[in-house]
Design a protein around this ligand. Structure first.
Ligand code: C2E
Ligand code: MG
Ligand code: MG
Ligand code: MG
Length: 292
C-alpha cells in the first residue's frame, strides 16, 4: 500500500509540475512577445522635494497589459523575466523609454526634472550593463546627472564585485545611484562609505506603523542622520499620511514619495501634474506648517 501511495504521490506531483511548467512556459513565451506587441508600459510616480514642494523626479515603474490576464504588476513578472533570460531586453526597453520620456519633459521646460529606474539583481551580474546604460543616455541626449539608477541593498550584496564596478563606472560619468528598499537587506551604513552611492531610499515597511511605533521612528531618524553625515540624500518611500509627512519633515528627510501625493500615473497624467506643481507645494506646506 505504501508503494502505491508513494507512486500516486509521485504521479500527482509530476503532473502538477508538468502543468505548472506549461503555464510558466506559456507566460514566458507571451512575455517574450510582449515587448514587440507593445504590451509593456511605464507608469511614473512623482518624488517630491520637501523644501520646495516641487516634483524633483519621477520613478519609472513597469507594467504589463496582458491580453487575457489584464494588468500584471512587476512583482508578478520580473522574477519570471529574470529566470527566462528576458530581463536584459526588458531592462533596455525600460531605460530607453524612461530616458526618452524624460528628454521630452525636459524639452518642454522641466529642465531640472530627473528620472529614476529600477535595476534587477540579475542585470547587475554583467559588467557590460554600465556601457549599455551610458550609451542609452548618450543616444537619448539627457544629461547623465538627470538619471538615477535604483539598486536594492540585497542586489548590491549578492553581486558585490560586478555591482561595484558598474556603480563606479556609472558614477564616473555622473549618473546617480540610489540604494532602494534601504533597511531591509543585510548591509549596514558602513557599506555606504565604500561605494559611490548618492541616495538612500528608506523602505516603506518602516513607515507602515510609523509614527505610532517609537521604534520605527528611531530607526528612520537614525538612517536619516547617518546618511546626511555621509553626505547622502534621503528619500522616504510609501508616504501615505499627513502625519508621516510631518514627522519626516521634522527629521529633515529630503524627499518623499507615496500615495499621499500620487500613485504611479500615466505619462499623460504626469505631464498634466508637472504643469500644476503649486497644488503639491500647497499640500506639503499645509501638512508641514503645524508643528515645525
Ligand atoms: P520599488 O522600486 O521599491 O517601487 C516602489 C513600489 O511601491 C511600487 O510598486 C509602488 O507602486 C509602490 N508604492 C509607492 N508608493 C506607495 C505607497 O504610498 N503605499 C504603498 N502601499 N505602495 C507604494 P510596483 O510598481 O508594483 O513595483 C514593485 C517593485 O517592482 C519595485 O519596487 C521594483 O523593485 C520592481 N520594479 C518596478 N519596475 C521595474 C523595472 O522597470 N525593472 C525592474 N527590474 N524592476 C522593477
Ligand atoms: Mg525603486
Ligand atoms: Mg523601494
Ligand atoms: Mg520595493
Amino acid at each position: 500500500a505504501k508503494t502505491t501511495v508513494g507512486r500516486d504521490v509521485c504521479l500527482y506531483f509530476s503532473k502538477e509540475m508538468n502543468q505548472r511548467s506549461k503555464t510558466q512556459l506559456r507566460m514566458e513565451g507571451q512575455l517574450h512577445r510582449a515587448i514587440e506587441r507593445g504590451e509593456l508600459f511605464l507608469e511614473y510616480q512623482p518624488v517630491v522635494d520637501m523644501s520646495t514642494g516641487r516634483i524633483s523626479s519621477f520613478e519609472a515603474l513597469i507594467r504589463w497589459r496582458h491580453p487575457e490576464l489584464g494588468l500584471v504588476t512587476p512583482d508578478n513578472f520580473i522574477p519570471m523575466a529574470e529566470n527566462a533570460g528576458l530581463i536584459e531586453s526588458i531592462g533596455d526597453w525600460v531605460l530607453e523609454n524612461a530616458c526618452r520620456q524624460l528628454k521630452a519633459w525636459q524639452t518642454r521646460g522641466h529642465d531640472h526634472l530627473s528620472m529614476a529606474i529600477n535595476l534587477s539583481p540579475v542585470q547587475l551580474r554583467k559588467a557590460e550593463l554600465a556601457e549599455n546604460i551610458v550609451s542609452i543616455v548618450e543616444q537619448t541626449g539627457i544629461s547623465p546627472g538627470s538619471l538615477t539608477i535604483e539598486i536594492t541593498e540585497s542586489a548590491l550584496i549578492q553581486n558585490l564585485d560586478t555591482a561595484v564596478s558598474i556603480i563606479d563606472r556609472l558614477s564616473s560619468v555622473g549618473i546617480r545611484v540610489s540604494l532602494d528598499d534601504f533597511g531591509t537587506g543585510y548591509s549596514s551604513l558602513s557599506y555606504l562609505k565604500r561605494f559611490p552611492i548618492d541616495i538612500v531610499k528608506i523602505d516603506r515597511s518602516f513607515l507602515q506603523d510609523f509614527p505610532s511605533h517609537a521604534h520605527d521612528t528611531a530607526i528612520i531618524s537614525a538612517i536619516i542622520a547617518m546618511a546626511h553625515s555621509l553626505g547622502l540624500h534621503v528619500i522616504a518611500e510609501g508616504v501615505e499620511t499627513e502625519e508621516q509627512l510631518k514627522v519626516l519633515q521634522n527629521l529633515k528627510c529630503d524627499e518623499i514619495q507615496g500615495y499621499l501625493f500620487s500613485r504611479p500615473i500615466s505619462r499623460e497624467q504626469a505631464t498634466a501634474l508637472l504643469s500644476s506643481p503649486s497644488n503639491i507645494r500647497r499640500q506639503v506646506w499645509a501638512a508641514g506648517s503645524n508643528d515645525k
